[in-house]
Design a protein around this ligand. Structure first.
Ligand SMILES: Nc1ncnc2c1ncn2[C@@H]1O[C@H](COP(=O)(O)OP(=O)(O)O)[C@@H](O)[C@H]1O
Ligand SMILES: [Mg+2]
Length: 270
């Protein structure tokens, strides 16, 4: 049975580049021959549907209604990836009747056959739904920018995810840097403070440069890897996508991949 590999994209602070990272990395993984779903769990202003200039008609919660299947909720966007719009009411999932629970599980199980990778664009911070989406992911990825507030907020987020959701391994991406050296130096400061005070393990997945083409792509409502495939940030997204595939292929070979939706249901009681 196919088990999708699940990556969450999270951050302490808003506006650091989560949505852009989620969709551009998703598109680059898809370009390498995989089927990719993005779950839009960030209801901030610049969310996934705005990035693609689409208006989804249904969300995960519509799956509880009769005559609505997962295929009615998935939206295909340019580049060939699919989007699953979530909703702020996602936590009503924890109070479902047995019948509703089963309906949801059956729909989610259909995703196993449809996708190789699932990327979750979470909201910023440490709300209950952010903890939930991170706890069902194989790789929790924190996006950080060089701003001091972004670094301290990333540290605080890692601390809470570790304490509340028992997450120990974090992937780190540094966004909006001027050079790879700046990326490494920002990562090193986060690594230093985290390894000193927390029992977590961080891995640096790379940097994304500050790129005017990305700004223009946002205004054009088209992801930068489609809008300007050779731009500096597109090259960075491509390297990061390759690293995700490499790392996730390794863990699936060691049998360490758990079934996403099963884990979700087990976690649904917190
Ligand atoms: N690498 C980058 N280069 C230039 N601008 C960026 C970059 N990453 C993000 N931005 C700017 O930051 C804004 C917020 O990015 P977004 O991905 O929506 O953040 P989040 O989802 O974390 O709120 C973008 O609309 C863009 O203007
Ligand atoms: Mg966002």
């Amino acid at each position: 049975m196919n088990i999708p590999k699940v990556i969450s994209i999270t951050s302490g602070k808003g506006g650091v580049g989560k949505t852009n990272s989620a969709i551009n990395i998703a598109l680059k993984i898809q370009e390498k021959g995989y089927k990719v779903l993005v779950i839009d769990a960030d209801l901030g202003l610049a969310n996934v549907n705005i990035m693609f200039n689409i208006t989804p008609k249904k969300t995960i919660l519509d799956l509880l209604k009769d005559n609505c299947s997962i295929k009615d909720v998935l939206v295909e966007v340019p580049g060939g990836i699919k989007i699953l719009p979530a909703s702020s009411g996602i936590f009503s999932i924890v109070n479902l009747t047995d019948e509703e629970n089963l309906k949801l599980l059956n729909n989610f199980e259909a995703l196993n056959e449809l996708f190789d990778y699932i990327i979750i664009d979470t909201a910023a911070g440490i709300g209950k739904d952010v903890l939930f989406f991170n706890s069902i992911s194989h790789f929790v990825t924190v996006i950080v920018t060089p701003e001091p507030t972004s670094i301290t907020d990333a540290y605080a987020t890692i601390k809470v995810l570790n304490k509340e959701s028992k997450i120990k391994d974090f992937k780190i991406i540094i966004n909006q840097v001027s050079s790879s050296d700046e990326g490494k130096s920002v990562y090193n400061s986060l690594y230093k403070v985290s390894s000193q005070f927390l029992n977590v393990s961080l891995e640096y997945l790379g940097h994304i440069v500050y790129d005017k083409a990305l700004l223009k792509s946002v205004l054009s409502q088209m992801p930068v890897v489609l809008y300007s495939p050779e731009s500096p940030s597109s090259v960075c997204f491509n390297s990061i996508a390759s690293r995700f595939i490499d790392r996730l292929t390794k863990i699936s070979q060691t049998g360490n991949i758990q079934l996403f939706w099963e884990k979700m249901l087990r976690n649904a009681n917190f």
